[in-house]
Ligand binder design. Structure first.
Ligand SMILES: CC(C)(COP(=O)(O)OP(=O)(O)OC[C@H]1O[C@@H](n2cnc3c(N)ncnc32)[C@H](O)[C@@H]1OP(=O)(O)O)[C@@H](O)C(=O)NCCC(=O)NCCS
Length: 168
């Protein structure tokens, strides 16, 4: 497994992995497989340009990714979002997800970001444990944030402070 790197030209691979995630883990992923498979490749190519995507690679193949996006605006640019975390099943528990998170947090620190934030489904305990291991704390819950086949799932709002000493 190579070190994660920014990925801007892997629209097709990201799109395929994203559909894999939507298909196999619908309560964990915010958008749906049926919607995503109708989207043109250009949608994913644009997404890679608009967000900062980090990719994990094994033997040259994309095995996982995680997106980072910093807020824009004087009052909110101390915040950044971690989104779209996904590692294919064969590469879980290998450190690939850790390396992706570390790459995103390093970028956040380099940007002067003070807190990294994310939403995670209440139906994704493995992802919750992963974020907790990376010192994200649950600060709130959005009730019924996702509806999958008429079942509601809450989303947890989790934050990791990067400056370490702010109290508010
Ligand atoms: C969320 C996700 C990216 C996390 O990746 P992961 O590899 O599954 O999670 P972790 O890195 O926490 O690894 C899981 C376990 O392997 C262990 N592990 C990680 N790296 C390891 C290594 N190099 N050597 C040995 N064990 C390792 C971890 O300690 C953890 O063990 P534990 O369960 O006993 O605590 C992945 O599960 C996933 O893609 N899930 C589906 C999509 C999803 O839910 N995305 C989140 C959307 S918000």
């Amino acid at each position: 497994m190579s070190q994660p790197r920014r990925t801007t030209r892997d629209g097709e691979a990201v799109s395929a992995r994203r559909r894999e995630a939507q298909r196999h883990f619908p309560p964990a992923i915010g958008d749906s497989y049926d919607e995503a498979r109708r989207l043109p490749l250009s949608h994913f190519v644009n997404r890679l340009e608009m967000l900062t995507f980090f990719g994990a690679f094994s033997a040259g193949k994309l095995t996982g990714f995680l997106a980072y996006v910093r807020e824009d605006g004087l009052k909110i640019d101390h915040r950044a979002w971690i989104m779209s975390a996904y590692v294919s099943p064969a590469h879980r528990g290998t450190g690939a997800a850790d390396a992706l998170m570390q790459a995103a947090l390093a970028q956040a620190r380099a940007d002067g970001v003070l807190q990294a934030e994310l939403y995670v489904s209440s139906a994704a305990p493995r992802a919750q444990a992963f974020y907790a291991r990376h010192s994200f704390e649950r600060v709130g819950v959005a009730p019924r944030a996702l509806r999958v086949n008429d079942m509601f799932h809450d989303e947890w709002h989790m934050i990791r402070r990067l400056d370490g000493d702010l109290t508010a």
